[in-house]
Design a protein around this ligand. Structure first.
Ligand code: FAD
Length: 459
């Protein structure tokens, strides 16, 4: 059996490993144009800042593929023939498959008034304010791109290399987008010595993950570092002026040398349009929830490009590193003929926004997310507290059992948090044992939680 895996990142490599574990003789080919060695995409910012070398972020030793007899094809796939069972390459030529995994991840969502070359995923994307400009568009980073183009993104290694070449100390930059990648890009460009304007359309930063009080902590830390944070600042157009760009919107105009659009990602699936592999409206590949198949025979999907069902019943990609890993493992097992059900793990993440610690574990929905006011069945409640020295903790409960925790300003042991979630602890049980999950006890003061107090209904 020839297994062809399109995508050489976490979902793709984990699928290849899962197949090899079950089938020593299988022929396995991994296709991607990005880099020969899969690397940590969340680690891109550390490479940009010079804190890590690119090699340090590689997931496995460089001999792995040779040792496990994976064939590596450095090509971009531009078409799939599901009847003839082959993929077509941008550089010409085709490759026949017995089973095909689509692990093509996502790419930066383009600003709607600066469209990139045609792609289903990108076409489905738009800023909710739907603004457009009559000024001459500034092109995105796809075909026709030039090094001099002042519009950037930060999702692929190419994006990072291009920004690295362009961003020089003393320049001004507008980072458009208040999410995780937006805050990371604002931070790394500030670190490099650029004058950073961080433009967030929403009333507060990263509203899908942070509530207003949590976001205020991030914003005040960014401001204290010298970043010009502008919340409620929508961008609806842009025009080139000299070597730079003028951004326009209801709040006025802003002239900068560079723009980094960090307004989310879209599935990398333009080449699948019309192939017979069913895509959702957002461009993601429709999959069964256990990742055992897509709409096309012998075609599987995993990672950022795959649509799965969330706890609230909605279908969308998870776009998280560890879930992409687990999806790759499940899809690989299915390709090797072993029915392994994919189940989303209780997810954790830790990061630092400027010097503000961030930890999250489990499911911590906010009522406003995507207009979904009910995160799922059951009685949802939120308890939260911000300490006078700027640390926050938010605990989400369903039917009295802890579902997730979200914190800023202190480092927490998220493995302990996950255990509490597995144990279905009550709020009281979590609060009395908070110190069990402390990290860096000698350097940071304890988080002192008040008595339980008011619990907000409806998460
Ligand atoms: C800056 C940044 C920071 C992040 N930080 C975090 C974090 O802190 N925590 C977290 O959980 N997640 C984070 N993420 C998200 C996480 O990186 C993704 O969820 C994860 O990388 C998805 O893995 P994947 O294997 O599905 O796809 P990707 O990592 O997107 O890889 C896709 C692969 O497919 C290949 N490919 C795409 N199209 C084609 C084609 N047509 N032909 C051939 N090959 C193709 C690409 O070259 C690549 O090898 C971050 C993402 C970014 C961009």
């Amino acid at each position: 059996m020839h297994h062809v895996i399109v995508g050489n990142s976490i979902a793709g490599v984990e699928a290849a490993l899962a197949i090899r574990r079950r089938d020593a003789a299988a022929r396995i080919t991994v296709v991607s144009a990005e880099s020969d060695h899969p690397f940590s995409r969340p680690g891109l910012m550390y490479v940009f800042c010079g804190q890590l070398r690119a090699e340090d972020t590689e997931l496995y030793d460089r001999e792995l593929y040779a040792r496990l007899r994976f064939t590596r094809v450095r090509e971009r796939v531009v078409g799939v023939d599901v009847k003839g069972k082959s993929v077509r390459f941008a550089g010409g030529g085709e490759l026949a498959y017995g089973r095909l995994l689509l692990a093509v991840g996502s790419k930066a969502r383009r600003l709607p008034f600066a469209p990139a070359a045609g792609d289903a995923g990108a076409r489905g994307a738009s800023l909710a304010d739907g603004g457009s400009s009559t000024a001459s568009p500034v092109r995105g980073t796809a075909e026709g791109d030039t090094r001099a183009d002042p519009l950037h993104h930060f999702v692929t290694r190419d994006d990072a290399d291009r920004l690295d070449a362009a961003a020089r100390p003393g320049m001004s930059v507008a980072v458009v987008g208040g999410g995780l990648v937006g805050v990371e890009v604002a931070e790394i460009l500030h670190h490099r010595g650029l004058h950073v304007h961080w433009l967030v359309r929403e009333p507060w930063t990263w509203p899908v993950a942070l509530d207003r009080a949590e976001a205020a902590l991030v914003e005040s830390r960014a401001r204290a570092s010298g970043v010009d944070v502008r919340t409620g600042w929508a961008v609806s157009g842009m025009r080139k002026e000299g070597a730079g760009v003028v951004l326009t919107g209801p709040n006025g105009e802003l002239a900068v040398d560079l723009v980094v659009a960090a307004i989310g990602v879209v599935p990398n699936t333009g080449f699948l349009v019309g192939s017979g592999v069913a895509l959702a409206a957002d461009g993601a590949v429709e999959t069964r929830d256990d990742l055992s198949s897509t709409s096309a025979p012998d075609v599987y999907a995993a990672g950022d490009c795959a649509n799965v069902t969330w706890a609230d019943g909605s279908r969308r990609p998870e776009t998280l590193w560890y879930t992409a890993r687990d999806q790759g493992r499940a899809a690989g097992a299915a390709m090797a003929g072993e029915p392994v059900r994919y189940r989303r793990i209780s997810w954790t993440n830790s990061a630092k926004f400027f010097d503000l610690e961030y930890s999250t574990a489990g499911f911590v929905p906010l009522a406003e997310v995507g207009g979904r006011t009910q995160p799922g069945p059951g009685r949802w409640q939120t308890w939260s507290h911000v300490t006078p020295d700027g640390a926050s903790l938010r605990i989400v409960l369903r039917d009295g059992e802890v579902m997730g925790l979200n914190a800023l300003g202190r480092r927490w042991d998220t493995e302990v948090w996950l255990r509490w979630i597995r144990e279905k602890r009550t709020l009281r049980a979590v609060l009395v044992s908070l110190q069990e999950a402390r990290f860096d006890e000698e350097f940071t003061p304890a988080f002192v939680a008040p008595t339980i107090g008011t619990i907000e209904e409806g998460a």
